[in-house]
Ligand binder design. Sequence first.
Ligand SMILES: Cc1ncc(C[n+]2csc(CCOP(=O)(O)OP(=O)(O)O)c2C)c(N)n1
Ligand code: SF4
Length: 289
Amino acid sequence: MTTTTVATPNDYKSDLKPIWCPGCGDYGVVQAIYRALAAVGRPPHEVAFVSGIGCSSRIPGYTTTYGFNTVHGRALPIAQGIKLARPELLVLVAGGDGDGFSIGGGHVPHAVRRNIDLTYVVMDNQIYGLTKGQLSPTSPRGLKTVSSAYGSVEDPVNPLMYVLGYGARFVAQGTPADLSGLASLIEAGLRYPGFAFINVQSPCITYGQPEAQLKAHKAAMKRLEPMGHDVTDRLAAMRLAAEYGEALYTGVFYRDPNPSPTYDAELVERRRAFGTLDRARALDRFVPH
Ligand SMILES: Cc1ncc(C[n+]2csc(CCOP(=O)(O)OP(=O)(O)O)c2C)c(N)n1
Ligand code: SF4
């Protein structure tokens, strides 16, 4: 059974002190997550927070929810399993751009097309932070790093286009330079009935580029809402997403106005129809049929 209670952001803050570098954008992301969870109001024991490996993937430990800092690139499969076994939980997934779009990139299309009710927050800093500054899949062409002395000769992955192309039903982008805007986007993702993707431009102060820092974000960000962008227009969202790396748009790019039933909800219905739901409940686990 799920309950809704009055909660404050502090209710989601654990005693563990973050060990991110001072000034890392991920501090703002965790604050935005506290606010978003409090706004949604599900108590911490009804939330499962799953991450991969990376600086950003430390994030579940800084919350009072159930948490699982899993394996590099495997947050999405594990989160999908949790949601299918315990559909009543609110499941939040987070990690870096390397975790999500390099080693874990093959899982993203399947999470999108299955439309399991998860909220996936990627802290996109265009670098591998934890392993000390190598090229990541979203690093811009020409970037010099410890692994690209002559500058990157690859085009970056465009995370927004990637998920929109596979048919994602909720796609947004934020930055901790606008904390309340970011909290609202994460809240909207958590409330969205289906797979929701939020790309967060979260600066790496130690290995990131100067133009990808909070001060630069404040100057460069363009909010989609006042621009009159129609969030129900997927092609308009794709045109804006194509400017990833050039323009910093923040807000909801796309929100399907007629969300289709989620995989997890369909599964519960089918288990009910096949008469396996009560048995699964009694065992407190998913029983495949
Ligand atoms: C299977 C496996 N391969 C490689 C690594 C090494 N590794 C740890 S974190 C990481 C990338 C971190 O970058 P990102 O996911 O973007 O997160 P960030 O640290 O920037 O937040 C890598 C390559 C690992 N832990 N496991
Ligand atoms: S290395 Fe970069 S991403 Fe990692 S904690 Fe430091 S600033 Fe953040």
